[in-house]
Design a protein around this ligand. Structure first.
Ligand SMILES: [Zn+2]
Length: 300
């Protein structure tokens, strides 16, 4: 843990100059957990695209919304991952805090005709499905997002409807006694400073667990590759060649988001909260906006 912390502080000191020295090991660990939660959600989102395309699943409305919904359902219904509910809260927060940074800053960046719904809508859609499945566990999420009780109750219907739709459409593709096609996991060489994200992905078994979940549940028509690599942008993709790509830059981007924004809403030391919101933080936000204009940080 010590070496990860030292390496991490070295890599974030340029991107997050305001308080790089002030972060504790707990802060760094929380940032990495947050990043890996988003990685899990992102993989399931891309798996949504993969299932739609590989299995020929019909989609009403935006495929991006369908992929988001499947990602939430896979985490809500994954009994083999005891972190899956925590991952959901983190991933929804990821969209929420990204939206605070980017979408509220400029109307021109709102992307009304984007294939994706707005980040803030994606966060609330996730929160609704989470509340629909388990209102008690996710009650604090409903409080944070200021979702009233009537809406929380109606989210139960949204969850049931969405879950039933996906379950019905995927039922013909459940595994049988037939041998299934395999999913190969490939870790490409990370760039300088990104080794910690390769290690974090492997330690948390994000790609491996997602692959096991898919091949143990659905019959795939051909072999698939899950690949982690450098992409020159914080993103993830499903390729029609049968690959899901997860970019190391996205892991870094989400760890930075935690340290620049999310951490102030889950402070370990209440007294430091006001002081730590400094001018340097705002400069980093501007960099984030420029990043967003170059291609976005949203899962592809
Ligand atoms: Zn997508």
């Amino acid at each position: 843990m010590k070496t990860i912390t030292a390496a991490f502080i070295a890599t974030i000191s340029m991107a997050v100059p305001a308080a790089a020295q002030d972060f504790t090991e707990e802060d760094i660990a929380a940032a990495m957990r947050f990043s890996m939660s988003d990685a899990a959600y992102t993989m399931y989102h891309e798996i949504g695209h993969l299932l739609v395309n590989e299995l020929g699943i019909p989609v009403l409305g935006k495929e991006e919304d369908a992929a988001d919904a499947l990602a939430v359902l896979m985490l809500l219904n994954d009994d083999s991952d005891d972190q899956s509910y925590v991952r959901l809260v983190d991933a929804a927060d990821g969209w929420y805090f990204k939206a605070q940074q980017v979408e509220l800053s400029s109307m021109s960046q709102l992307g009304f005709v984007s294939a994706h719904s707005l980040g803030i809508q994606r966060a609330y859609a996730m929160a609704c499905l989470m509340l629909g499945k388990d209102q008690e566990y996710f009650g604090h999420v409903g409080d944070f997002y200021k979702i009233d009780q009537d809406t929380r109750d109606s989210c139960a219907y949204t969850y049931e409807q969405t879950n039933a739709a996906w379950t019905t459409l995927l039922a013909p593709h459940l595994v049988t006694d037939e041998p299934n096609a395999e999913i190969e996991i490939v870790y490409e060489e990370p760039g300088e400073g990104y080794e910690i994200y390769l290690r974090a992905l492997k330690d948390a078994r994000i790609l491996e667990h997602a692959a096991e979940l898919v091949t143990s549940t659905y019959l795939l028509p051909r072999p698939i590759v899950f690949r982690a690599e450098m992409c020159d942008e914080p993103n993830a993709f499903y390729s029609h060649s049968g690959e899901v790509i997860y970019c190391y830059e996205l892991a870094e981007d989400m760890a930075h988001l935690y340290l620049t924004d999310v951490i102030y809403y889950y402070p370990s030391n209440e007294e430091e909260v006001e002081e730590e919101k400094t001018v340097e933080d705002e400069e980093y936000v501007e960099e984030e906006e420029a990043d967003a204009e170059r291609g976005g940080t949203s899962a592809g």
